[in-house]
Ligand binder design. Structure first.
Ligand code: SAH
Length: 255
């Protein structure tokens, strides 16, 4: 299930209800910390990064034992989150699950899965910046742990060439501090250095900071793994500090 970007007011009512109903809560420790007040009298299993598979297996195991389990993910669980991994693990381990409509496949017992949506980081960031996602956009994770850099580079090139607004996730890691600089060089092959770029750190969390710069002036030293970056398209403009991508209404109907 999804926790949204951070603070409790951005949890959906369904997510709050699911947390209340859960007997076991499983998640990454930073996210568990964000929902501390909702965790009374629950079994909480938290672990660090790179323990995703263990966490997921543990959650499935507890659910098979009959507990109501909430496996939590920041933002939306289905976007670079845990939702896909649950299906992968259940499929790989031959766990019987209900189908999408909640019906058991055979007559036997099957695990009921509910994917609860949440506000992803790119939405939270866009709302702070203004309205940068008013037109077609692409989301690209710069993390090369699971995806080869060649693939990431090809997607960056294609999205830049097709003039998508681009959300850049996972822009920096301790082991790969140069990811963003490399991505920026790729984007600059087909996009103007004046393209507006919004940088949002800890959206809707304590310590939130954000600013608007340009592709030319984007400095990777200012970003970390709790940052999401929105690169405008060729029409995106900055007005009074707001970053806006026009949909084209005024050109068509404005006069
Ligand atoms: N499922 C999440 C994404 C998880 S990947 C979602 O739907 O947004 C983790 C990456 O998401 C981070 O490296 C960062 O790029 C971004 N991110 C997640 N929460 C964020 C927040 N509150 N502020 C800024 N970036 C965030």
């Amino acid at each position: 299930m999804s926790l949204g970007p951070g603070a409790a007011e951005h949890l959906t009512p369904r997510a709050v209800e699911a947390l209340r109903q859960a007997e076991v809560i499983v998640g990454y420790k930073t996210y568990i910390g964000l929902i501390e007040p909702l965790l009374h009298e629950k079994t909480v299993l938290s672990s660090g990064m790179r323990k995703e598979i263990d966490r997921c297996r543990e959650a499935v195991q507890r659910a098979l034992e009959g507990f109501r389990v909430a496996l939590v993910s920041g933002g939306d669980a289905g976007i670079y989150g845990m939702a896909g991994l649950v299906f992968d693990v259940c499929q790989a381990e031959g766990v019987a699950v209900c189908d999408g409509s909640g019906q058991a496949k055979d007559s036997g017992e099957a695990l009921a899965i509910e994917v609860i949506p949440g506000v992803p980081a790119f939405n939270a960031a866009a709302s702070l910046l203004g309205a940068p996602l008013m037109h077609d956009f692409a989301s690209i994770s710069l993390s090369d742990h699971l995806t080869p850099w060649k693939v990431i580079e090809r997607r960056l090139m294609a999205a830049a060439e097709a003039d998508f607004v681009i959300a850049l996730y996972n822009p920096r890691s301790a082991t790969r501090p140069d990811l963003l600089d490399q991505a920026r060089s790729v984007l600059l092959r087909s996009r103007s250095g004046k393209t507006p770029v919004g940088v949002v750190h800890k959206a809707m969390r304590e310590g939130q900071r954000y600013w608007v710069t340009t592709l030319r002036n984007l400095v990777s030293a200012d970003v970390d793994m709790q940052t999401v970056i929105l690169v405008g398209n060729s029409q995106t403009y900055v007005w009074n500090g707001w970053m806006v991508t026009p949909r084209g209404y005024l050109e068509k109907y404005g006069s």
